[in-house]
Every structure is written in structure tokens, then in C-alpha cells.
Write a protein that binds this ligand. Structure first.
Ligand code: 3PY
Ligand code: MG
Length: 264
């Protein structure tokens, strides 16, 4: 019988911790469902990766290999889930992810429910399943596993922004702005929102998160678009993605080849 929390040969793989305040600025967003591409990316030393289960292609069964491929390089892996399904969320954090990003959180009740799903009792109501996999549980005593995974909530609508205080009151480990969705909701162009924050909403979110002692992050996807948010107090962001790296690198090589005069 499997003894909860114990293994004859414990895994040598350590679960890296994710510091969203001091080491969060050089994240990489991953959409392809490939452990091999995560491995290539993590060997270059980003601060963290996020496996995108909302708009990317990864399935639940891909996560174990993908998270391990990041962790083997000491890189923490987050997973963005497609929605607010708590069963799905439990399986994602059981796969060993260091944190979970929930999209489109719009009110305090939802925020509290999602944060609770990431914490074991008595802090929350995450279910304990040590008979399946034990190596990710820091403690071997059944019933007192460490509350490791970070619960990060996305604010990406006007309603979410209006309810920011209630969302912060749920005690998430981070708030993450989705500027693509938010720009649609606000009727502002994406680049303009990140460049100049015309209505001061991004600055306001960063300030209120700082007031609550909760790290603020934002999807930027590029170095240039990260400069404003870093200035405004955002401490974690993905500065590129696997999709973007592949397409820009391929475009560059094709253009270079043409410029070199070798194109048929
Ligand atoms: C958004 O910008 O809306 C996002 O969800 C980023 O992935
Ligand atoms: Mg979004």
C-alpha cells in the first residue's frame, strides 16, 4: 500500500520557490504543449514560466512533464487555468505547479473561493491526495502538508477593477492584470494602455496592491511594454512568449537570408 507522504526513493527534484517581488520581472509565457521547449527556455534562466492552459494548447496530462522540465533547471512553473473550475485547479496544483493563475476574477466571493482552493485546511479547502503522488508534499505527516502553490488572480475587466478591494481582501498571493482583455473593456488600444496608462488605472491597481501588501503583475510580452509597468510598481511580468520567440526569430532569419542575397 502506498504510504501517504513517503516514497522508498524520494525525488531529487526540489520544488523551486517563486518570489514575485524580487525575482518576477523576467517571466516567459508558454503556449506550446511541449516539455522540450520549456526545457530549452528554462536552460536560459528565466525567473519563471507560465504554462497557458487558457489560450495555449497544454492539456492536463502535459503538465507533469512540463512542470518538471522547468523545475529541473530550478525555474518555478505557474499554470494559467482556463476558468474557475475547482476540480481542474486541484489537479493542476497536484501536478506540482508552483502556482496557479485564474483568469477574469470579478468579485470578492469568487476570489475567496479560488484562493481557498489552493490552501489546505484550516486555511482553505484544497483536497489532500497524497496516495497518488507524494514527492511534492514538503511534509510527510498526513494532514499537515505545506500550503505551497501561489494563488494568483487576474483582473482584466472593468468590473474586476471596480471590485479590486474585495478581490485583494481574499488574500491572493498576487494580482495579475490581463491588458488584452482590459483594453477591450476600457475601449483603449493595448499598446497605448501599456505605454501610457491614459486613465491611470494600471497605476491605481499597482498602488492599491502595494497598499495591501500583494504583488502586482501584468502581461506585457515585450521588453518595451514592460518599462512603464515596472516604473508604476509592477513586480512580475512575462517579457516574451514561446510563440513570439519562434515567430520573431523565424521572421528575422528569413529576412537576414534575403538581405544576404542568397534568396532564390
Ligand atoms: C490578457 O491580456 O487579457 C491576458 O489574459 C494575457 O494573457
Ligand atoms: Mg485575458
Amino acid at each position: 500500500m502506498k504510504i501517504p507522504g513517503e516514497a522508498h526513493r524520494p525525488s531529487p527534484l526540489k520544488s523551486p520557490s517563486l518570489d514575485l517581488v524580487e525575482r518576477g520581472r523576467r517571466g516567459v509565457w508558454v503556449g506550446l504543449p511541449e516539455a522540450a521547449s520549456i526545457e530549452l527556455i528554462c536552460a536560459e534562466g528565466p525567473d519563471w514560466v507560465d504554462i497557458d492552459g487558457q489560450h495555449g494548447q497544454a492539456e492536463l496530462s502535459d503538465l507533469l512533464g512540463m512542470v518538471d522540465a522547468a523545475n529541473v533547471f530550478g525555474v518555478p512553473a505557474l499554470v494559467r487555468v482556463p476558468g474557475h473550475d475547482l476540480g481542474w485547479a486541484g489537479r493542476v496544483i497536484d501536478s506540482g505547479a508552483q502556482g496557479i493563475i485564474f483568469p477574469t476574477v470579478e468579485d470578492g466571493g469568487t476570489a475567496a473561493r479560488l484562493v481557498s482552493a489552493c490552501r489546505f485546511p484550516p486555511r482553505g479547502n484544497r483536497s489532500y491526495g497524497p496516495t497518488q503522488r507524494s514527492r511534492r508534499y514538503a511534509k510527510t505527516v498526513p494532514g499537515v502538508p505545506a500550503d505551497a502553490p501561489l494563488a494568483i488572480l487576474m483582473v482584466e475587466t472593468r468590473t474586476g477593477y471596480e471590485n479590486l478591494d474585495a478581490i485583494l481582501a481574499a488574500g491572493p498571493d498576487g494580482v495579475f492584470i490581463g491588458p488584452y482583455d482590459l483594453s477591450l473593456g476600457l475601449g483603449v488600444d493595448f499598446d497605448t494602455l501599456l505605454d501610457s496608462d491614459p486613465d491611470g488605472i494600471l497605476r491605481d491597481v499597482a498602488q492599491r496592491c502595494a497598499g495591501a501588501g500583494i504583488p502586482a503583475g501584468i502581461y506585457t510580452g515585450s521588453i518595451n511594454l514592460s518599462l512603464g509597468p515596472v516604473d508604476w510598481g509592477y513586480s512580475f511580468m512575462p517579457i516574451t512568449s514561446d510563440y513570439s520567440l519562434l515567430s520573431t526569430a523565424t521572421r528575422g532569419v528569413l529576412a537576414d537570408f534575403e538581405r544576404a542575397g542568397a534568396h532564390a
